[in-house]
Ligand binder design. Structure first.
Ligand SMILES: [Zn+2]
Ligand SMILES: [Zn+2]
Length: 394
């Protein structure tokens, strides 16, 4: 089967599909139109997709013509609550919502792969599980689909997927073995004191002053409690408290994010935030209460699968267009699918001009969608390669 020809011939239709999704963005768990189009097209291609998995997720299975491994391929479908400030014909038609991360492209790529491979089913071994996931941006979609039995009765051997990237030139595959994306945990910290008149500080416990010292003290955790060759970051991103010029409030609320790769480090960071905040607050007569909202684990690429991806990518896009991806402190709930089996999540470049060079989540983020057929070619070949691998690993 010549996949390259198939995807090249579908370029116009892929661009049209992507721009349609782009013009109609749907944010976390609202992806009903997108999921409807995906499931309808899958049905037309001969699948019996499961709809509404974990809210708006779609799962479709392709059974090959002979025994072999099971490969799961996942695309996320959600947009972001960000306005679209691009001046293009396919700009968002929904105020305040925008496909500013490229998930419209992911959905288009995986849907097209499912359609193309459907006609090749009899010649393929094993089976492919196509997963179209909601709500990646709030890292809730994978969890919801798994809790809803997305993989009930399915034993997965390999998990693959790609994320389009404006950090890479169009057509470049960037991949790394081992830890690739961080485990993103969020936290809320409530600093409690005892309020009163701003002119009589001797009669209050000032949570504003405590919060200031907690914020400063927390900066020492990554610097002093994490192995310098490991990676971690703690950022305080919100602070709220007080109502007037002359009132010292009862409490100050702080929020932020803790990101890490190593599970042990992840535990240390959360417990140190708790200890430092409580200790500083206690020393000043107040108290601190930490709530951690645990995100997905880190994305860790399997060495063997990553080597397969590299080899396939070299074949499809050429040696010079395969790069080593940097570790990224951003998280992705692809990690929950990758918890099911070994796998690899890689990046595919979509930057070809200033217009497609904005960072992800920027109101003017855009992808060079002429690169989509190539991205589909790479991912489809990765799937086929993993299906046809000569040795089943245990
Ligand atoms: Zn994103
Ligand atoms: Zn994304």
């Amino acid at each position: 089967m010549n996949l390259q020809e198939r995807f090249t011939s579908l370029a116009a239709s892929m661009i049209e599909t992507r721009r349609d999704f782009h013009a109609h963005p749907e944010i976390a768990f609202e992806e009903t139109r997108t999921a409807g189009i995906v499931a309808d097209r899958l049905e037309k291609a001969g699948y019996t997709p499961r709809r509404g998995v974990g809210g708006t997720g779609v799962v479709a299975i392709l059974e090959g013509g002979r025994p072999g491994p099971t490969v799961l391929a996942r695309a996320d479908m959600d947009a972001l609550p960000v306005p679209d400030e691009k001046d293009v014909a396919y700009r968002s038609t929904v105020a305040g919502k925008n496909h500013a991360c490229g998930h419209d492209g992911h959905t288009t790529i995986l849907l097209t792969i499912a359609e193309v491979l459907a006609s090749e089913a009899s010649s393929l071994p094993g089976r492919i599980v196509f997963v179209f996931q909601p709500a990646e941006e709030i890292t809730e979609g994978a969890k919801a689909m798994l809790a809803d039995g997305a993989l009930e009765g399915i034993e997965v051997d390999e998990v693959v997927g790609l994320h389009l990237s404006s950090d890479q030139p169009a057509g470049v595959v960037a991949v790394r073995s081992g830890p690739a994306m961080a485990a993103p945990d969020a936290f809320d910290l409530v600093i409690r004191g005892s309020g009163g008149h701003a002119a009589m500080p001797q009669r209050v416990v000032d949570p504003v002053v405590i919060a200031a010292q907690v914020i400063t003290a927390v900066q020492s955790i990554v610097a002093r409690n994490v192995d310098p060759v490991d990676q971690a970051v703690i950022s305080i991103t919100r602070i709220e408290g007080g109502t007037a010029y002359n009132i010292i409030p009862e409490e100050v609320r702080i929020a932020g994010t803790i990101r890490s790769f190593d599970p042990a480090t992840r535990g240390v960071l959360a417990s140190r935030v708790e200890a430092v905040a409580s200790g500083v607050a206690a020393s000043l007569g107040g108290s601190a209460e930490l709530t951690v909202h645990e995100g997905p684990p880190a994305v860790v690429n399997d060495a063997w699968t990553t080597e397969r991806v590299r080899e396939v990518a070299r074949r499809v896009v050429g040696d010079e267009a395969v790069d080593e991806a940097p570790m990224i402190m951003g998280g992705d709930d692809m990690a929950l699918w990758m918890n099911q089996a070994q796998g690899c999540y890689f990046f595919f470049g979509t930057r070809s001009s200033d217009a497609t060079g904005f960072p992800h989540h920027h109101p003017r983020f855009d992808v060079d969608d002429a690169a989509l057929p190539k991205a589909a070619d790479v991912l489809a070949n990765v799937i086929v390669d993993l299906l046809e691998r000569p040795v089943m690993r245990t």
